[in-house]
Design a protein around this ligand. Structure first.
Ligand code: ADP
Ligand code: ASP
Ligand code: MG
Length: 401
């Protein structure tokens, strides 16, 4: 049976660690599995390449960024194939293009449009272990594209889907999905299973253990997805279809997203269409607006607040300032973060949100913005209380038990 395994940056972060991965792959091979291995760049490599580009330009061309960033994954793929060959295994390294991954033209955040698995299928039938450089594909014009940060997870899921693999295993430095980031809360508990929808919320809200697009695609293609550690043989977490007993659990996880900045617009002229104009202009400038609140206006004026990723704050400033006198005053706050609690059990139980508000209040943490969906509650608070809020909420919902 075919398995797709993905090894992330930390797992391939040094030559010794690539050797460790080669040994793990060799073992899986000896157990009789056909294997497609997706690799990330060595940890820190992608950030280093971005810094190199920023040395020359604050706003480098995205097409050239893709040329640059895709190289990190190619290095690891080639090295892992060489390591396996030296152990006597028949391995072949492929770029995203050679693996048949075709994307749209959105450089640095491309979407996979199709996968032609022929070359991979041929290599598998010749008994080869395939090592694919993650995070990349090629557009129809033949230019290399990348899939957004953390995109090797997406490469792995997409390949598992296209090859109808038995399962897709994502290996990192944690041995599964925990009730919260174990680096923040050492009492976090590993989950045996989690539903695609909960995982999608956790990832979208900032848990980087799986890239959110990869979870979305796994759900769509019904890929059996495991999160595991490349440093242990512990049983991982299975991300799967929602089941009845999952709903009995009220909250399954708490997430912290530090990459948030808040924009508050005061004295906005309260006329039909103003919100549409502001948010359309932000969208046209590729600014990802997250939470939005608008109050009921008084005297023809209203207040409007929203959050954006920190890296997009400067662009957001430019856009809102271009509205001139239609906006009375603008405040920015980079020192905010978002804490969220997620659980499918919220659908059928009430009181989850009020518990969150109460325990934050008991800790004197002021909530600046709130947003909810069927299975999550998110709150914007002062950045300096982020980790305290995570630990407090984790305990309040009994996740450490
Ligand atoms: P890789 O480089 O292999 O892709 P990442 O660094 O992207 O790995 O993801 C693994 C990290 O995700 C862990 O080190 C952990 O700190 C973090 N993380 C955040 N939230 C969670 C969670 N709920 N469960 C497990 N890990 C989490
Ligand atoms: N190397 C890329 C990144 O750091 C992709 C990945 O690791 O999944 O975002
Ligand atoms: Mg990752």
């Amino acid at each position: 049976m075919l398995r797709v395994q993905k090894y992330g940056g930390t797992s391939v972060g040094s030559l010794d660690r690539i050797e460790n991965v080669a040994n793990r792959v060799a073992k899986a091979r000896e157990e009789g599995h056909d294997l497609v291995i997706v690799v990330s760049a060595m940890s820190g490599e992608t950030n280093k390449l971005i810094e190199y580009a920023n040395h020359f330009s604050a706003n480098p061309a995205k097409k050239e960024m893709d040329m640059l960033l895709s190289s990190g994954e190619r290095i690891t793929a080639a090295l892992l194939a060489i390591a396996l060959q030296s152990k006597g295994f028949d391995a072949v390294a492929m770029t995203g293009r050679q693996a048949g991954i075709v994307t749209d033209d959105t450089h640095t955040y491309a979407r996979i449009e199709s996968i032609d698995p022929t070359a991979m299928q041929n290599a598998i039938s010749e008994g080869k272990i395939i090592i694919v450089a993650g995070f990349q594909g090629v557009n129809k014009a033949g230019s290399v594209t990348t899939l957004g940060r953390g995109g090797s997870d997406l490469s792995a899921v997409a390949l598992a889907g296209a090859l109808k693999a038995e399962q897709c295993e994502i290996y990192s430095d944690v041995d599964g999905i925990y009730t919260t980031d174990p680096r923040i809360e050492p009492h976090a508990k590993k989950l045996d299973t989690i539903s695609y929808d909960e995982m999608l919320e956790l990832s979208s809200l900032g848990a980087k253990v799986l890239q959110n697009r990869s979870v979305e695609l796994a759900k769509k293609l019904k890929v059996k997805l495991y999160a595991k550690s490349s440093f242990s043989d512990n049983k991982g977490t299975l991300i799967t279809e929602e089941s009845k007993n999952m709903e009995e659990v009220l909250v399954s996880g708490v997430v912290l997203d530090k990459n948030q900045a808040r924009v508050t617009l005061r004295g906005v002229v309260d006329r039909p269409g103003i919100a549409a104009e502001i948010f359309t202009k932000l969208a046209n400038n590729n600014i990802n607006v997250d939470m939005i609140i608008q109050n009921v206006g008084t005297d023809g004026l209203t207040n409007l607040g929203f959050t954006v990723p920190q890296s997009e704050l400067d662009n957001a400033k430019r856009v809102v300032e271009s509205f001139g006198a239609e906006i009375g005053g603008i405040d920015f706050d980079e020192h905010v973060c978002k804490v969220s609690v997620v659980g499918v059990g919220m659908k059928s139980h009430s009181g989850v949100a009020s518990t969150a508000f109460t325990v934050l209040a008991e800790n004197n943490i002021n909530i600046q913005m709130i947003s909810t969906s069927e299975i999550k509650v998110s709150m914007i608070i002062d950045e300096k209380y982020g980790e305290l809020a995570v630990r407090t909420l984790h305990e309040a919902y009994g996740l450490d038990k």
